[in-house]
Design a protein around this ligand. Structure first.
Ligand SMILES: [Zn+2]
Length: 102
């Protein structure tokens, strides 16, 4: 099955693997099961690349794209990071300085 998504065409090759062609003649191998794409932006950013989006769209997969996003980008990680209180740090102008005439 082929699907055009923007300037990309995904072809399903079985076992959750796809071949994605771009308008410049580039061909990229994308494997959902191992979360890898030969274009490597997915590997570097850990955010699903256009090849993932095109592939999911081509199969009309009900998969949640968030399943393919690294956990540290997700709301739960953000909330956990800032769940504890942050101590206030007094500034320089918190009182008269020693030797001050004021
Ligand atoms: Zn990719």
């Amino acid at each position: 099955m082929k699907k055009l998504s923007g300037n990309h065409i995904a072809t399903y090759s079985g076992n959750m693997n796809f071949e994605v062609r771009d308008m410049h003649g580039g061909v990229h191998a994308m494997a959902l099961s191992s979360m890898t794409c030969s274009y490597r932006s997915w590997h570097l950013s850990e955010l699903p690349c256009v090849h993932v989006m095109t592939s999911l769209s081509s199969r009309r997969m009900q998969a949640n794209v968030m399943d393919y996003v690294a956990s540290y980008y997700k709301k739960e990680a953000y909330l956990k990071t800032y769940s504890s209180s942050i101590s206030l740090i007094p500034g320089l102008n918190y009182g008269p300085m020693q030797g001050s005439t004021h």
